[in-house]
Design a protein around this ligand. Structure first.
Ligand code: TXA
Ligand code: MG
Length: 344
């Protein structure tokens, strides 16, 4: 985050120091003044969280290595994972990366929206080495959320934005979640309400060969396959989860342990349900939330991270999770729950 001196001096560069300069995180509105303040903080190397249609992102100027370093520090990332560069328009995206025919087709079908394309880097000054973790490829996304679009339009440079949570914790789908993790560690948060989709973007690599699904997310595999007219492969690790460099097996972790595919509930467990059927043994004292009583996977994705936070704050040692079908957005939900349940 910025030091006090930097905040007063628009020519200043970002401080990577924590400690004496720590100050309250500004709460910004989504009006003209809030957007202008967000963009000017980003332009001087500040860290600003803002809503996207998937989850809240923690933004920094993609060109500014000092700002990106302070972003990793604020999140407490264990290592430098490549970040997604957010841009305002598909035309901006094509100045940052090289788009092959597949990438063009996917961008036309899903941008603006919850899709990230990993493509060969075109302009290395647009996204600094540190933000790419030294890779020659770059992840790019054009978000559809009006607040994100307003900020990006006003900035005019790519903004890297990982999810605005402490590393390894549950992704934020509301500004309260951002502040719970990052208050005092970042310069500002734009308070734009709850995010509509609730899981992160789908990541597809288009690096010359066949496209590869690196992370299931807000655009379903089925929708991507329909746009391309053929099936798409995943890069899988030994436990069958898609891999993207920097995707830790244990991620999205609540403090409580997570027990998947629960068909019965044990005393003292908090419970996360899906659909009309309950596992046996749910007692009245347990904290129970249903991602979607009607069995709607879109509704379930939107509720996922907020409900995990609420169940975690109930103080239960374990969260029992009912089975969720891995179809459509269910693939992303199951992926996140597997990571939440992984050994830590
Ligand atoms: O919905 C989202 O994608 C959110 C919002 C804020 O846009 N962002 C997000 O960022 O989820 P993050 O940093 O939590 O996840 C970025 C993922 C990481 O798993 C990273 O490995 C992958 O993108 N990634 C970025 N650049 C890559 C590259 N060049 N090659 C492979 N994977 C890459
Ligand atoms: Mg994340």
């Amino acid at each position: 985050m910025l030091s006090r001196r930097d905040q007063c001096d628009v020519r200043g560069s970002a401080s990577t120091e924590a400690g004496p300069d720590r100050r309250a995180t500004e709460r910004l509105g989504t009006d003209e003044a809030g957007i202008a303040r967000a963009a000017s903080l980003l332009a001087i190397g500040g860290l600003v969280a803002f809503p996207t249609e998937t989850v809240y992102g923690l933004g920094a100027d993609a060109r500014n290595a000092a700002a990106v370093a302070s972003l990793y520090a604020a999140k407490g990332r264990p290592r430098f994972n490549p970040l997604i560069a957010h841009v305002g328009t598909p035309a901006d995206a094509r100045t940052v990366g090289h788009f092959d025919r597949t990438a063009v087709a996917l961008a036309e079908a899903f941008w603006p929206g919850p899709l990230t394309l990993v493509v060969p880097l075109a302009d290395e000054t647009s996204v600094c080495d540190l933000a790419r973790a030294g890779l020659r490829s770059v992840g790019i996304r054009v978000p559809s959320h009006p607040v994100a679009r307003d900020i990006l339009a006003r900035c005019g440079f790519p903004v890297v934005a990982p999810s605005a949570n402490l590393s390894g914790r549950i992704s934020p789908t509301a500004s309260d979640h951002v502040l719970a993790d990052l208050d005092g560690r970042i310069d500002a948060v734009v308070e734009g309400g709850a995010t509509a989709i609730g899981v992160e973007s789908t990541i597809v690599a288009c690096l010359g060969g066949a496209p590869i699904l690196l992370r299931p997310g807000g655009v379903s595999r089925e929708a991507i396959e329909q746009a391309l007219g053929h099936r798409i492969g995943s890069e899988l690790n030994k436990s069958g989860a898609p891999v993207s460099p920097g995707l830790l097996a244990s991620h999205y972790a609540p403090r409580a342990a997570v027990r998947l595919d629960a068909v019965s509930v044990r005393p003292g467990e908090a419970v996360l349900l899906f659909g009309p059927n309950s596992p046996v043994g749910v007692d009245r004292s347990a904290t129970v939330l249903n991602l979607s009583p009607a069995g709607d996977l879109t509704e379930a994705a939107a509720n996922l991270f907020g409900f995990l936070r609420r169940l975690d704050s109930s103080g239960a040692a374990t969260i029992a999770v009912a089975a969720i079908p891995p179809l459509g957005l269910g693939e992303a939900i199951v992926d996140r729950l597997r990571r939440a349940a992984a050994d830590r």
